[in-house]
Design a protein around this ligand. Structure first.
Ligand code: MIC
Ligand code: SF4
Length: 647
């Protein structure tokens, strides 16, 4: 039977289940990778499961987020991760080696393989024809300990590309921004986007990776391109031709739906504050003054992006009132631009060069000034994420950003008469120097190092039969995990210390939340009420783990984002949805809600009668949990469940 790309890869990796949309499927995983901000918990959890060595073919622990070392906490976490990788048999990518997704693309991506990463932008590897999915740390830990990865089979949507980009003005970033404008941040929920059509061959591998990276902002499970001659060119240049295979969908393959996009019709696009789907054409904002420009992040920090930027900057000066910050995506990219002279052009034009890391994208330095406009090549511009609450962050292509840095204002690249960016071809070879990537050795005698900020993983009790708890907060649609559990240089160092990080839950939108939750904990605990697409954005399980620590028993919403819903289940918090979404309006913060007969509803109809004891109103909710998810909730989460299974 004719198969699409996703079906082919799932077929080869299937443990159990069917490839029928909406049903659970268990998959064999080829690679698991972690990054430091989510990785400390993942590796602590792996240790708690009690397995000696990772049981997946490749595991990699990256350090790229928590890079500022203003005290002992982040370097202690790095040392812990290095020792855990050595002990349990994972590669360790040292701080400075680069952003996990860029390095993984260079060194470990593999057409036809399946990778999990504890970061929502893991789908970057889909540019190299890999099924790469972002998961919470606990999911990663259990898969590394030998469990299959279970996923609810998503829809497969074909994005059929035709035509050619109007280079150099229109770039891969404009492709994904256009899709975000059309589909919004919830347009991809429950779907995998498979790219096809003649337009695919017009894009090189790193351009494809830009598109699959930001598919995460559509809420998609992942995105994938076929593996063709362009893919081969990249693998050959990386010295990894033996990892390459050709892989495409059969010509008569079927899809759940098809979206057509003519690359020739696209123009430079920009996302406005404070959401990646508030997209307009750059020309509509022409003339807007900018204070800061940041180029890099996992979306646009490839060698090709850096080269395009250096062509724009060559022989020119960064505008007097603009700070231009650049973080090349990896050590390989940095070395390449140093050798070919692009770095010199950047420095000469007045760029502030940063190390290869996430940097300003996650508020690890590079915060804009009060009320400043910052134009970035990144993928997220949620309010406050930059580190400055009232900053106005816009997202655009490296070309649009570099031009703005020179002009001091937003300019449509097509209005620059002397924009000379020659076609950037795949280099014949990349510099491959792996001295920052430590391969696993026999680590039996390695001692795991834990600094004083590294605390144990809290575990929830098995499910009680009823909940009688206070609505601690009521929120609207598209609440992000940055809203629930902020990041940035102040909070991120507490990622290995759940009691300490819990103080910051919802701190950017409701400073009193954690105190209220602790008080309510003595009286039955708390409930969070949200609108549509609750928990969109990152994979950080701290957005579930810290509320669990604070006594949150249930989250009731109109709908959930995929990774966050899984994280809630993994930590024993029951995710419920309103059977009648209009009932959302009737609940208020401070109301006491009562759900009785929780266990029988959970193991039976999965329909729950909820009584609002404050207003007297009664409504119903549903949980839609599959067999395994039901067992996790009953056990109090994935950690107690897995420990029981391995004992
Ligand atoms: C992000 O871009 O929001 C992060 C920081 O990379 C997160 C992971 C984290 O919170 O550590 C993500 O995308 O999953
Ligand atoms: Fe790092 Fe930003 Fe990419 Fe997240 S989105 S992995 S913080 S560069």
């Amino acid at each position: 039977m004719a198969a699409n790309l996703v079906q082919k890869i799932f077929h080869q990796h299937k443990f159990y289940g069917e490839r029928t949309c909406g049903t659970p499927i268990g998959l064999k995983v080829d690679e698991v990778y972690t990054q430091d901000a989510t990785g400390t918990m993942a590796w602590l959890q792996f240790e708690a499961i009690g397995v000696d060595k990772v049981k997946v073919p490749v595991a990699v622990s990256y350090v790229d987020h928590n890079m500022i070392q203003s005290n002992y906490m982040n370097p202690d976490d790095h040392a812990f991760l290095q020792s855990a990788a050595a002990k349990f048999g994972a590669y360790f990518s040292r701080p400075g080696n680069g952003i996990c997704h860029q390095v993984n693309l260079e060194r470990f991506s593999r057409p036809g393989g399946i990778a999990l990463g504890t970061d929502s932008h893991t789908p970057t590897n889909g540019g190299a024809a890999m099924i790469a999915i972002g998961v919470g740390g606990l999911d990663a830990a259990t898969v590394m300990a030998g469990s299959p990865f279970e996923l609810t089979m998503p829809k497969v949507v074909l994005i059929k590309l035709t035509g050619k980009l109007n280079r150099p003005y229109v770039t891969a970033m404009d492709v994904i921004l256009t899709l975000l404008q059309k589909l919004t941040v919830k347009g991809g929920v429950g779907s995998i986007f498979e790219y096809g059509g003649d337009g695919v061959r017009e894009l090189n591998l790193t351009e494809r990776a830009t598109i699959t990276n930001m598919g995460a902002e559509l809420g998609a499970t992942t995105s994938i391109f076929p593996s063709d001659e362009n893919t081969m060119g990249f693998f050959k240049a990386q010295g990894r031709l033996s990892d390459w295979i050709e892989l495409k969908a059969d010509t008569d393959a079927s899809y759940d739906s098809v979206i057509e996009l003519d690359l020739s019709s696209l123009e430079p696009m920009i996302a406005m504050p404070h959401s990646p789907d508030k997209v307009v054409a750059v020309k509509e904002l022409a003339g807007t003054k900018v204070n800061q420009v940041c180029i890099g992040g996992c979306t646009n920090s490839s060698y090709q992006s850096m080269k395009a930027v250096s062509y724009v900057l060559k022989g020119k000066n960064v505008a007097e009132n603009v700070n231009l910050l650049i973080n090349p995506g990896s050590k390989q990219v940095y070395e390449m631009i140093a050798v070919d002279g692009c770095l010199r052009e950047m420095i000469a034009s007045g760029v502030r060069m940063l190390e290869s890391s996430c940097g300003p994208c996650i508020g690890m330095g590079g915060a804009p000034g009060s009320g400043h406009v910052s134009l970035r090549t990144f993928n997220r511009n949620f309010e406050g994420r930059s580190g400055t609450k009232d900053a106005m962050v816009y997202l655009a292509s490296p070309v649009t950003c570099a031009i703005a840095a020179l002009s001091g204002k937003i300019v449509d690249p097509r209005d620059i008469k002397d924009l000379s960016i020659p076609e950037i071809e795949e280099p014949s070879h990349y510099i491959v120097n792996t001295n920052m990537l430590i391969a696993p050795k026999n680590g039996d005698n390695v001692h795991i190092v834990k600094g004083p900020n590294i605390k144990g993983v809290p575990v929830k009790e098995p499910l009680k039969d009823g909940i009688a708890a206070e609505v601690l907060i009521k929120l609207g649609n598209n609440v992000t995990t940055d809203d629930i559990m902020p990041a940035g240089s102040k909070v991120l160092p507490f990622r290995s210390n759940i009691p300490a990080i819990s103080d910051f839950v919802f701190s950017n939108i409701d400073e009193g939340f954690s105190k209220r939750a602790i008080k309510a904990k003595e009286n039955g605990g708390g409930i969070i009420v949200g609108g549509e697409n609750y928990g969109q954005g990152s994979s950080r399980e701290h957005a579930a783990l810290a509320p669990m620590f604070l006594g949150v028993e249930a989250v009731i919403t109109v709908s959930f984002a995929r990774i966050h819903r899984s994280n809630l289940i993994n930590f024993g918090i029951i995710p419920l949805t309103f059977t009648n979404p209009a009932d959302f309006e009737k609940i208020k913060q401070g109301d006491r809600l009562k759900i009785s007969g929780l266990k029988s509803s959970l193991t039976g109809s999965q329909s729950y009668t909820v009584t609002d004891e404050t207003s007297g109103f009664t409504f119903t909710c549903a949980s839609n949990l599959n067999q395994r998810e039901t067992e996790l909730i009953l056990a109090g989460g994935l950690l107690p469940y897995t420990k029981r299974a391995t004992q």
